[in-house]
Design a protein around this ligand. Structure first.
Ligand code: BGC
Length: 345
């Protein structure tokens, strides 16, 4: 009881500090004053267009972007889409590491359809396996990809945000990442001085890695990101894509009395970091695989979406219409309870 009271009073204090994060004012490409905090809040609640352009080739994982998706997503009330893209599967392996122009055109088409439906777009580099496995060898190619993306997307409106790299992990620890990140930002900032840029730490954008992440102090248009899937034994139960590593199905949520408190404390630590470092937070992925029982899945989704809302963290559900999907591609309709748990927790 006392523990719960302590967590509650601490979180109320944090929320008031987060609301009072000073607005460092910048001008965006349209000449409008905007701060990173404001840019983050304009994202509102979003959804990931996952397993589409981040598959080795669009369609390989059973889903493709359809133009109607943008309308469906916007009219449900989502304000942005996160667009995961596996650029590394479409760029040459040797210098000059040229990105396939046909693939670039496809990504631009998807973005244009999203803009038409008034959705902001978070464009990232996703599933860059070679970079996580051998950062030393791969950094030149990674930077060459950003050099090209900066040029190719220079004319995009200020409703497009860049995310430097999805989920650094394996050999790409936060320490390694801290060494590489400034070079990537320098490239991006040449053409995009005011564009909001999203950056997370290692261990798959773990909330615990924020404290090790070094964001260049002079860059005030950065938004820090974390991904939230805890407890993994619950959210990833029965997930075939994990093979032998998939936790067994049947895990409930909450599993015991402590689980809610653990989640709440995770969010509180992220909020503390945000206040201390004066950086807004984007929970760029959270979600539960479809194998969990419906009621538990809703409870977990409401808990996490509710905490994002409570702390004023902007967020994006993982994902639209695949294994974690909030929309059923066969019936072509929303799984309404999941949609509402995300949008109205
Ligand atoms: C990965 C997806 C995976 C999801 C949940 C994402 O970052 O890109 O492939 O399904 O996390 O594990």
């Amino acid at each position: 009881m006392y523990q719960r009271f302590r967590v509650l009073s601490k979180s109320l204090l944090l929320i008031s500090l987060l609301l009072n994060m000073p607005d460092c004012v910048f001008a965006d490409d349209m000449g409008q004053p905007i701060s990173a905090k404001e840019a983050a809040s304009r994202l509102g609640v979003g959804i990931n267009l996952g397993n589409m352009l981040d598959a080795p080739n669009e369609g390989d994982w059973g889903v493709r972007f359809e133009n109607d998706y943008a309308r469906i997503i916007r009219s449900a009330g989502f304000q942005h889409v996160r667009l995961p893209v596996r650029w590394s599967a479409h760029a040459e392996k040797t210098t000059p590491f040229r990105i396939d122009p046909v693939f670039v055109a496809r990504v631009k088409t998807v973005m244009a359809v999203c803009h038409k439906h008034d959705l902001r777009v978070v464009l990232n580099i996703h599933h860059y396996e070679e970079m996580h496995a051998d950062p030393e060898k791969e950094t030149a190619r990674f930077l060459a990809i950003w050099r090209q993306l900066s040029e190719l997307f220079a004319a995009q409106p200020d409703t497009v945000y860049f995310e430097v790299l999805n989920e650094p992990h394996d050999k790409l620890t936060t320490m390694e990442w801290n060494e590489i990140l400034p070079a990537a930002l320098e490239i991006i900032r040449k053409k995009h001085p005011h564009r909001p840029v999203i950056v997370g730490g290692g261990n798959w954008n773990s909330p615990d890695e924020l404290t090790h992440l070094k964001l260049p102090a002079e860059d005030q248009m950065l938004i820090a990101t974390v991904h939230y899937y805890r407890p993994h034994e619950f959210t990833h139960q029965g997930a075939e894509f994990l093979g032998d590593k998939a936790p067994p199905a049947g895990r409930k949520f909450p599993f015991d009395l402590k689980e809610n408190t653990i989640i709440q404390e995770d969010f509180q630590r992220v909020a503390e970091w945000s206040v201390k470092n004066q950086r807004p937070i984007y929970v760029g992925e959270f979600g539960c695989y479809h194998i969990a029982s419906g009621e538990d899945r809703l409870r977990w989704t409401r808990t996490v979406a509710g905490l994002c809302k409570q702390y004023g963290f902007t967020s994006a559900y993982w994902e639209f219409c695949s294994g974690f999907g909030a929309w059923d591609p066969e019936r072509r309709e929303w799984r309404k309870e999941i949609r509402d748990a995300i949008l109205k927790p």
